[in-house]
Design a binder for this molecule. Structure first.
Ligand SMILES: Nc1ncnc2c1ncn2[C@@H]1O[C@H](COP(=O)(O)OP(=O)(O)OP(=O)(O)O)[C@@H](O)[C@H]1O
Length: 379
């Protein structure tokens, strides 16, 4: 059961909530839609659910048009952050609701409904809660009831819009692991909206990063983190240093440094923007010739990782580096120490001289080559 989303456009007055969005979701996949507020995630989910309609584009399921099918007939289950349960109904009645409102011919018998609700309560680990009212449940329990209610009609697609958004961090982490197991156990196709990158990277098979109504990148969590395709993805996911550079004669010029770097073939001379993750900056207390000179302005430990804030006069900016806490201690990397900083690799986006914007097509991951002497001393 493949869902094909092709060239979706959705406008609200002058605002483009979805701008030519295309995506294919494979059967059994867990897909996270990740992006900042207003990027179009919920609009896309609502269109999949049949609660909203695009101005242009198509959504098909195994080749059949889905947009012409009513929300009820689509075989999808939905859970929203604020999709309140019916307050005046017990947990049992909330879960049974979707089955009881079916037309008579399709409605299961009372005994069958009772049996299904019992099984669902067991599945969401709320046996014994059938007669409680929503007000008598914790936030996490309520969302599990909402999930059971969504599953009652046996959907094969589950659509979740920040279902754990209102819960505290501990409950959130426990529930998302539980959800991932449930997804696997039931063989569902799940589309999950979140603006929490950790949640998306932990849960999903594939992450769809959205910005301003467009898809910036689709990839596995590893691809999204390790190989961001655009400056937006770099800046939105994880921590990153952004350094303005110049490319000239196949070399990268950054501050007082000039790196010989491969591969810069096909990249014309001009300005560019380079990104490097904190963990990809190599530091040494020695004064090496190649590498930026920096002063350690601040060091703090978070768990086993040391975060280092470096003043780099040649760049006129600070850089953030990361390394193991033990290693930072062993190398006496404390506040005030001067160090040499060498990026292990940089992702470079040349600036298009006509538009003044980063050219995504000419993105290069470059590996600076340092002199042998420098490398030997650094080791
Ligand atoms: N019914 C509507 N009328 C007018 N504008 C709307 C409507 N629904 C959504 N929008 C606008 O479309 C844009 C995308 O909204 P959407 O809810 O899809 O974003 P989102 O990425 O889910 O954001 P959030 O994380 O804040 O929920 C927003 O700027 C929003 O204000």
């Amino acid at each position: 059961m493949t869902i094909d989303i092709a060239n979706l456009h959705r406008r609200f007055a002058d605002f483009r909530a979805l701008d030519d969005v295309s995506l294919t979701i494979a059967p059994g996949e867990f897909v996270a839609l990740l992006g900042p507020s207003g990027s179009g995630k919920t609009t896309l989910l609502r269109i999949l659910a049949g609660l909203d309609f695009p101005d242009a584009g198509s959504v098909t399921r195994d080749g059949r048009d889905l947009l012409g099918i009513s929300a009820r007939e689509r075989g999808v289950g939905m859970v929203f952050q604020h999709y309140a349960l019916f307050r005046h109904m017990t947990v049992f009645d909330n879960i049974a609701f979707g089955l009881r409102v079916r037309p008579r011919a399709k409605r299961p018998s009372r005994a069958e409904i009772a049996d299904r609700v019992e099984k669902l309560l067991k599945r969401v680990q709320l046996e014994g809660f059938a007669n409680r009212y929503p007000a008598q449940l914790s936030g996490g329990q309520r969302q599990r009831v909402a999930l059971a209610r969504a599953l009652a009609t046996e959907p094969d697609v589950l659509l979740l819009d920040e279902p754990f958004g209102a819960l505290d961090a501990q409950v959130r982490i426990a529930l998302r692991r539980w959800l991932r197991h449930l997804h696997e156990e039931l063989g569902l196709t799940t589309v999950f909206v979140t603006h929490d990158q950790e949640e998306a990277l932990e849960l999903a098979d594939r992450v769809v990063v959205m910005n301003l109504g467009k898809i910036e990148q689709v990839g596995t969590p590893d691809e999204i983190y390790q190989q961001p395709a655009t400056p937006f993805v770099f800046e939105f996911i994880g921590k990153v240093n952004k350094v303005p550079v110049r490319i000239s004669g196949g070399r990268v010029h950054a501050g007082d440094q000039r790196f010989d770097a491969d591969p810069l073939d096909g990249v014309a001379d001009g300005t560019a923007v380079a990104y490097v993750r904190p963990e990809h900056l190599a530091l040494t207390p020695a004064a090496l010739e190649s590498g930026w000179k920096a002063t350690l302005r601040h060091v703090y430990l978070s768990g086993s990782v040391a975060h280092l804030e470096l003043d780099v006069p040649a760049l006129g900016q600070t850089l953030e580096a990361e390394l193991g806490g033990d290693e930072a201690q062993r190398r006496s990397l404390t506040t005030g120490v001067t160090v040499t900083v060498q990026p292990r690799h940089l992702t470079v986006f040349p600036i298009d001289s006509k538009t003044g914007k980063p050219d995504l097509q000419r993105r290069r991951v470059v590996h600076p080559r340092y002199g042998q002497a420098a490398i030997a001393r650094w080791r």
